[in-house]
Design a protein around this ligand. Structure first.
Ligand code: HSE
Length: 299
């Protein structure tokens, strides 16, 4: 039997309010993917074991095929065994983690040296925006952007004690649907609003200016168009802020609502769950550190 290798891919939380399609952070929450050359087979345990496709439409396998085309390498059948912990109901980068896993499999199977920048280029091209794949590949909090044909990435230094509390409801919001709700054009006023907030976000993270975080995640270009379809958004966010969160934002395209804290994670998690329960919204709370490490292969 061919040697089984394992990939670890983390969850990520994108946008952080004002950093739409640009900024994201890597969470210390991981999916494990074992793979080897064999008759085609996909097995999934843990999150999504009932719902994620196990045929050749599976996103990990599709990303492996796309990467093989980009790299001009042979496509072979694979046995893939996923042990999933990242919630799939939306907002913590489960699709991005699958895309990255597929790319890493293609690099590994073809014995191509793991070059994070090359993986980032392919992942951003497949995803169309770099705010989940950037942090999930490089770790930490990242800013990604495209210039001509190249995707660029910068790490934002951040205080070590930040913790992210996320309420992940069972509501399903597809990113594709959610993006269609956004206007194609924004006003100069809204552009200035976001430029000022996102610049403050980077500065606050760099300098541990915790008191500015709640302003720095304010956004005028995507959240307002999305939150009406997210059950309990305001009440659950308010519950987190009342429990002492430094800031809250819609994680990715939602429905996940994330709160930033440096010491009140248990209370914030409890209060978010309580607020959701009062509204009969089912969901789970997640408390995670920001991971400095991104996706990696265990040979
Ligand atoms: N930046 C993307 C969006 C993230 O907001 O649509 C999707 O996870």
């Amino acid at each position: 039997m061919k040697k089984v290798k394992k990939i670890m891919v983390p969850a990520s939380s994108a946008n952080l309010g004002s950093g739409f399609d640009s900024i994201g952070l890597c969470l210390d929450l991981w999916n494990e993917i074992e793979f080897h050359q064999s008759k085609f087979n996909i097995n999934i345990t843990g999150v999504g074991s009932e719902t994620i496709s196990k045929d050749k439409n599976n996103l990990i396998y599709q990303s492996y095929l796309k990467t093989s085309e980009i790299l001009n390498t042979q496509k072979i059948d694979l046995s893939i065994n996923c042990i999933n912990s990242i919630p799939i109901s939306g907002g913590l980068g489960s699709s991005s983690s699958a895309v990255i896993a597929g790319i890493l499999i293609a690099f590994s199977i073809n014995q191509i040296e793991i070059d994070k920048n090359k993986i980032y280029q392919i992942a951003s091209q497949i995803e169309g925006h770099p705010d989940n794949v950037g942090p999930a590949i490089f770790g930490g909090i990242t800013i990604g952007f495209k210039d001509k044909n190249d995707w660029h990435i910068n790490q934002i230094p951040f205080p070590k004690d930040l913790i992210i509390v996320s309420f992940v409801s069972n509501q399903k919001i597809l990113t594709e649907y959610s993006r269609k709700q956004l206007p194609d054009n924004i006003s100069r006023k809204d552009a200035v609003y976001n430029i000022s907030r996102v610049a403050t976000l980077v500065n606050s993270l760099n300098n541990s200016h915790y008191k500015d975080l709640k302003y720095s995640v304010q956004d005028a270009i995507h959240e307002q168009y999305r939150i009406d379809s997210i059950k309990g958004y305001k009440l659950i966010s308010d519950a987190a802020m009342n429990a002492g969160a430094l800031a809250t934002y819609l994680s990715g395209s939602g429905p996940t609502i994330s709160a930033i804290t440096n010491n009140k994670e248990v209370t914030i998690n409890y209060e978010m769950l309580e607020a959701a329960a009062r509204l009969n919204i089912e969901g789970k709370g997640f408390i995670h550190n920001i991971s400095y490490k991104g996706a990696y292969i265990i040979e």
